[in-house]
Unconditional design. Structure first.
Length: 159
């Protein structure tokens, strides 16, 4: 819905929501310039997590599955909007756990930790309460395995 009031007008045009691009995507401006929206990366993704985003550009949907970093999307990107360089991480974004997390509400839950293959989620004991999840940034790959299984969608990706 468009805010046609004076306040909305004075704020200017709203910024589009930042999207999570496929792994090893070039910086956003360069990615948009190079990507032809051919959807070859979408078709190549065995996890089926790449979907069409705004303007037809590919984006990641962690609600479908996690990224295994197989590199098939990069291999099938003819315009090289995605490029894998030796020693370069797939992306720098990491998950963040919000206040709606069940253990923060006094309910026992460790679902996110159960789905994290690299064990980047530690549950810190606390006196008189449930252990709280903590994401270990140095171990987390940003694969998104913890997002979909969270029963209250308390985990989001920080771009």
């Amino acid at each position: 819905m468009v805010d046609v009031g004076r306040r909305g007008f004075l704020r200017g045009r709203p910024r589009p929501k930042a999207e999570i691009r496929p792994p090893w995507a070039r910086p956003e401006v360069e990615f948009i310039d190079r990507c032809t929206r051919c959807n070859d990366c979408l078709k190549a993704c065995p996890q089926d997590i790449l979907v069409e985003g705004d303007g037809g550009f590919p984006k990641v949907d962690f609600g479908r599955a996690e990224c295994t970093f197989c590199g098939d999307c990069v291999s099938n990107c003819q315009p090289q909007a995605l490029i894998r360089r030796e020693g370069q991480a797939a992306w720098s974004h990491k998950p963040v756990i919000s206040a709606t997390c069940l253990p923060k509400q006094g309910v026992e839950c460790r679902v996110c930790g159960d789905f994290c293959d690299v064990r980047a989620i530690r549950f810190t004991p606390r006196p008189g309460g449930n252990p709280l999840p903590e994401i270990l940034a140095e171990s987390c790959t940003g694969c998104g395995a913890c997002l979909a299984p969270c029963p209250v969608q308390a985990i989001t990706i920080l771009l």
